[in-house]
Structure formats: structure tokens, C-alpha cells
Design a protein around this ligand. Structure first.
Ligand SMILES: Cc1cc2nc3c(=O)[nH]c(=O)nc-3n(C[C@H](O)[C@H](O)[C@H](O)COP(=O)(O)O)c2cc1C
Length: 195
């Protein structure tokens, strides 16, 4: 490799942190929104994609391997469709089994401390419905409070979530715009010094 090759490589490398994107969608093969967003994240070349439903179709989560994966990344992203105002079942199981006392929280040095946590959520409802007085009553941020508090408990840095409303309507140019928005969001989540 020549010096100019080295420069070429370093120009394409992230200036920021290494990122794990945990994807939780039970039917990614039928997804109109999350699948293209995963492609966008993958195309960045900076992010390790970890598809929970593909890895654990039987819900038999390998706890040690999941903990090691978390430890080896500085930024942890969770990408999922909102299901019943909450996270999909396997993602909940993953938290319940992997984010243990003495690992994720408690004790003198919780091991995820200082890492960043973000969520990328898609909803069927439109943005007007996720407001006081709207059909869903609260913003998505309100429904994500348990995850926000989990980050605090684990002494992680919680980033404002990426939210895509009205997912079934995102087609053609609107989907392309959404993908571009996600790319920008991910770049900012990975920046070394987050504003
Ligand atoms: C079991 C289930 C529960 C859902 N619950 C909600 C919900 O609480 N709020 C909402 O806005 N959309 C809800 N939806 C719609 C999904 O969030 C929406 O279809 C998804 O975000 C679209 O993403 P995709 O194209 O990647 O599948 C639900 C869908 C399913 C299948």
C-alpha cells in the first residue's frame, strides 16, 4: 500500500466512533421502511448491523456473545418499528437477558457506562397523531421513556431518537428523502464530539 492509498483509506474511515446497530423487525423481508433504512446504514460502511430476529428466530439469545458485542462498540443503535407503543418482543427479551445487573447497571463500574444509545423508530401513525390531543396522545419520545431511563441507569449518553412517522406512506421520493435523513442522523450519532 502506498502513502496515497493510506490517505484514500483514512479519508473513507469514520472520524467518529464504532457503532453497532441492533435491528429488531420480525419480518424484515416484508418491511417497506426498516429494510431500506438498514441498507442505508450498511452502505455507510461504518456500522455493524446485527439483525436480532435473523440471529435468534427461536429467541434463544446467546447472552455472552451479545454482551461481548455491546462491549466492543461505543455507539449502540436500536432500530425497530413501534409495536403497541413499545419495542418488538425479541428486543425486550434481549434487554431482559443481556442487560444484567453487574454488566449493564449496578456495581461500581457498569460496563456500558459512557457509551451512546440511540433509537431509530418507525411508526404507522402520522406525526399529528403523536401529540397531545392526537389519536395516540403522546409523542414517540414519551413512549421511549423506559429506554431513555435505561440509558440513564446504565450511565449511557442518550441521543434524541430518529423517528419516521407514517411509515406505510413512505414510498418513492419520500422514502429516498427518509433514507437521506437517516444517513445524516447516523453521521451525527457517530461524530466524536456530539453537540
Ligand atoms: C404488531 C404491530 C403493532 C403495531 N403497533 C403500532 C403502534 O403502536 N403505533 C404505530 O404507530 N404503529 C404500529 N404498528 C405499525 C408499525 O409500526 C409499522 O407498520 C412499521 O413501523 C412499518 O415499518 P416497516 O415498513 O419496516 O415494516 C404496529 C404494527 C404491528 C405489526
Amino acid at each position: 500500500m502506498t502513502a496515497s492509498d493510506v490517505n484514500k483509506v483514512s479519508n473513507t474511515l469514520p472520524l467518529g466512533r464504532n457503532c453497532l446497530l441492533v435491528v429488531a423487525h420480525p419480518r424484515l423481508d416484508r418491511s417497506a421502511v426498516n429494510a431500506p433504512l438498514v441498507e442505508t446504514a450498511q452502505a455507510s460502511g461504518l456500522i455493524e448491523i446485527h439483525d436480532l430476529y435473523e440471529t435468534y428466530p427461536d429467541y434463544q439469545i446467546d447472552i455472552a456473545s451479545e454482551q461481548a458485542r455491546l462491549l466492543s462498540h461505543e455507539v449502540i443503535g436500536l432500530q425497530f418499528p413501534l409495536f403497541w407503543y413499545s419495542i418488538p418482543a425479541l428486543l425486550k427479551e434481549w434487554f431482559d437477558l443481556v442487560w444484567l445487573h453487574g454488566f449493564a447497571y449496578g456495581g461500581t463500574s457498569p460496563k456500558l457506562s459512557g457509551k451512546r444509545l440511540f433509537c431509530a423508530v418507525s411508526t404507522g401513525g402520522d406525526s399529528a397523531s403523536y401529540a397531545p390531543g392526537g389519536h395516540n396522545g403522546y409523542s414517540v419520545e414519551e413512549f421511549l421513556r423506559p429506554l431513555e431511563r435505561t440509558a440513564a441507569l446504565c450511565r449511557m449518553e442518550w441521543l434524541p431518537p430518529h423517528i419516521l412517522h407514517d411509515a406505510p406512506q413512505l414510498r418513492g421520493p419520500r422514502l429516498a428523502e427518509a433514507r437521506e435523513g437517516y444517513r445524516t442522523y447516523l453521521n451525527s450519532a457517530l461524530e466524536r464530539h456530539h453537540a
